[in-house]
Design a binder for this molecule. Structure first.
Ligand SMILES: Cc1cc2nc3c(=O)[nH]c(=O)nc-3n(C[C@H](O)[C@H](O)[C@H](O)COP(=O)(O)OP(=O)(O)OC[C@H]3O[C@@H](n4cnc5c(N)ncnc54)[C@H](O)[C@@H]3O)c2cc1C
Ligand code: FES
Length: 268
């Protein structure tokens, strides 16, 4: 884990309030795994003082595979995300990472269901790209991509380019079927039983995905989007309740953000 004063390479608007931001990083990000994140803030900014967590969305590599940096996908919701949306190439950011535990796909898995809600698509593209690079046959997998409306459905063309079938739903029916993404996920999981489900999105969606996986006895890993102040286990602000009496509290930053869904008590 490193603190870098990194340079913005590009800032591309994507949809109405999202931005793809390329950032230079140290060489050790070449070993980052999908689901790991960075804590980021603008230098010399004192309000807010604390860095914010962002998933690694893509590794930026030269044609001969040398790491140039990472890309993050930012949805504007508040102060730091708003400041980031105005960043220009050449500006600097203060970045700490790579942090946390990413997704871990067991070697015997051949059919993976991935589920992404809203900005939860950010680490899922890194995941799909990394499987593709390992020559994993993504045509046997499905990505369930959900959002409130069409503007929240991001990166679908990137997934098509990886030969990954995509099922889309929106809450308002402006793209794909009008329902929650967990609806087609459950139907398909019953019919085509995946070896594992990997998901990232809002907590309500993750609780539902975890419930589906548990009822069908399918292994499931979820990436939590819990608010984080330090990202390193120091503030205890990212605690979630564990299911096991031995592990009453888990920390999304250190124990996750990707965890086995059976570890988490979603009812509290
Ligand atoms: C591991 C992890 C990975 C993440 N990856 C991404 C990513 O790739 N792209 C992305 O855009 N966002 C991501 N997030 C969420 C992102 O960290 C927050 O949107 C960001 O901290 C908001 O900062 P801000 O200063 O703009 O907002 P603030 O001014 O701090 O807050 C604005 C509003 O957003 C709410 N908010 C703050 N943090 C969160 C959160 N984690 N979840 C829900 N609401 C929140 C606040 O309660 C407030 O209502 C991730 C979060 C985690 C924990
Ligand atoms: S964010 Fe501080 S302990 Fe997890």
């Amino acid at each position: 884990m490193h603190i870098d004063n990194a340079t913005i390479l590009w800032n591309q608007p994507l949809g109405s309030s999202c931005y793809r931001i390329g950032i230079t990083t140290s060489a050790q990000y070449a070993y980052a795994t999908p689901g790991q994140f960075v804590m980021l803030r603008l230098p010399n900014q004192t309000d807010p003082l604390l860095r914010r967590p962002f998933s690694i969305h893509r590794l930026i590599e030269s044609e001969n595979g040398i790491l140039q940096g990472i890309e993050i996908l930012v949805k504007v919701v508040g102060r730091i995300t708003s400041s980031l949306s105005f960043c220009q190439p050449g500006d600097t950011v203060d970045i700490l990472g790579p942090l946390g535990h990413g997704f871990s796909v067991p070697p015997d898995c051949s059919r993976i269901f991935m589920a992404a809600g809203g900005i939860g698509v950010a680490p899922i593209l890194f995941l799909a790209t990394s499987l593709f690079k390992k020559q994993f046959d993504l045509s046997r997998c499905i990505l369930f991509l959900g959002g409130r409306s069409k503007a929240d459905i991001l990166c679908e063309a990137d997934f098509f380019a990886l030969n990954l079938p995509v099922t889309i739903t929106t809450d308002d029916g402006s793209m794909g079927d009008q329902c929650l993404i967990t609806h087609p996920l459950e139907l398909c999981a019953r019919e085509q039983r995946p070896d594992i489900i990997l998901a990232c999105g809002p907590s309500g969606m993750l609780a539902c995905v975890a419930g589906i996986a548990e009822s069908l006895n399918i292994p499931c890993q979820i990436s939590l989007e819990t608010a984080m102040a330090c990202g390193m286990g120091a503030c205890l602000g990212c605690a979630v309740k564990g299911k096991s009496p031995d592990v009453r509290r888990l920390h999304a930053c250190l124990d996750g953000p990707v965890m086995d869904s059976r570890q988490i008590d979603f009812l509290h």
